[in-house]
Design a protein around this ligand. Structure first.
Ligand SMILES: NC(=O)c1ccc[n+]([C@@H]2O[C@H](COP(=O)([O-])OP(=O)(O)OC[C@H]3O[C@@H](n4cnc5c(N)ncnc54)[C@H](O)[C@@H]3O)[C@@H](O)[C@H]2O)c1
Length: 298
């Protein structure tokens, strides 16, 4: 018996990549799955794949940043399968460009799909859980680009940092209903990372393929299960056979001024102690170089 037997799970952007893996794994664990996908052909193919293995799945086509599509996801879950137990917010796009060259359209498109898409589906699901007074699970998809910052991804990183914050706040607001909210910062070989990193070769068959997109799905399915009920408001790094726990932004040093308002010029002499005390460098850093697992290196 799977860990999601009799559960109903929504997965957005489920036609390929991580979302496809998450939909298939949730179905394998016994859940009925409501798939959302912008590209109807790939979405329908995943529904067919689940059904051919004896699972239950239905497709809601469309752009998840549209409130009507997000609302329909919850309505279809209830109409088709009687309830909603978990939401996996996954749909996403890239429009990478350094900020100076980034057009308003590139900014808006990425913010819309990721941040508005997460808001729209989360809003619909949380409204349902509050109204029904039912427990629920949410897994949102952040990124190391948002948590750490990544060159050329101001739009994407801003959206992904926003998603981590959204997840933390919704975790606080929905705790009284028994609804959990966590975010993952995944890494895997998909069409999206191919466009960012180029071809990441698969490991020879027979050995564990670290960057295979299906590797992210087991932890996501587990976060959707009853067993994960006491975990909320956290950000996990997930890739290959690893799960990391990220520390939220934390104050690590302080300066004070003897109970007096600061004069701006005082900071010239005093600011250094913040960096000395914390060991953090004052200049802009390439935080991605601090990743434990990087696609370009493995
Ligand atoms: N692959 C990685 O290493 C990685 C790393 C960090 C974060 N992520 C995040 O994981 C998620 C999945 O990425 P992926 O690598 O599987 O990418 P992908 O491009 O392979 O899959 C994304 C899917 O989302 C769908 N989609 C796009 N816009 C949509 C919309 N408006 N409404 C509904 N569906 C939409 C696409 O059609 C596609 O099927 C994204 O949020 C991405 O930002 C991925």
């Amino acid at each position: 018996m799977g860990i999601l037997e009799d559960r109903v799970v929504i997965v957005t952007g489920a036609g390929r990549g991580l979302g496809r893996g998450e939909a298939l794994e949730c179905a394998r664990q016994g859940a009925a799955v409501v798939l959302n996908e912008f590209d109807p052909a790939t979405g329908a193919a995943v529904v067919a794949e689940i059904e051919s293995s004896g699972g239950r799945a239905v497709l809601v086509e469309g752009d998840v940043s549209q409130v009507e599509v997000a609302d329909r996801l919850v309505a279809v879950a209830v109409d088709s399968f009687g309830q909603l137990d978990a939401l996996v917010n996954n749909a996403g796009i890239l429009r990478d460009r350094t900020l100076v060259k980034m057009s308003p359209q590139e900014w808006d498109a990425v913010i819309a799909v990721h941040l508005r898409g997460h808001y729209a589906a989360t809003h619909a699901a949380c409204g349902y859980w509050r109204e029904q007074n039912r427990p629920g699970r949410m897994v949102h998809t952040a990124s190391t680009s948002g948590i750490l910052g990544n060159f050329g991804q101001a739009n994407y990183g801003a959206a992904k940092a926003g998603i981590a914050a959204l997840s933390t706040i919704v975790a606080q607001e929905m705790a009284k209903y028994g609804v959990t909210s966590n975010a993952i910062a995944p890494a895997a070989r998909t069409a999206m990372t191919e466009s960012a990193y180029g071809d990441i070769p698969a490991t020879e068959s027979g050995t564990f393929d670290f960057w295979a997109p299906e590797n992210v799905a087991p932890f996501v399915a587990w976060l959707c299960s009853d067993s994960a009920g006491d975990i909320s408001g956290k950000v996990f790094g997930v890739q290959g056979d690893t799960v990391e726990l990220y520390q939220p932004y934390t104050s690590v040093a302080v300066i004070e001024n003897d109970g007096q308002r600061w004069e701006p010029e005082q900071f010239t002499d005093r600011i250094g102690s913040l960096f000395e005390e914390s060991g953090i460098v004052a200049q802009a850093e390439f935080m991605m170089s601090k990743l434990r697992y990087t696609m370009s290196q493995r």
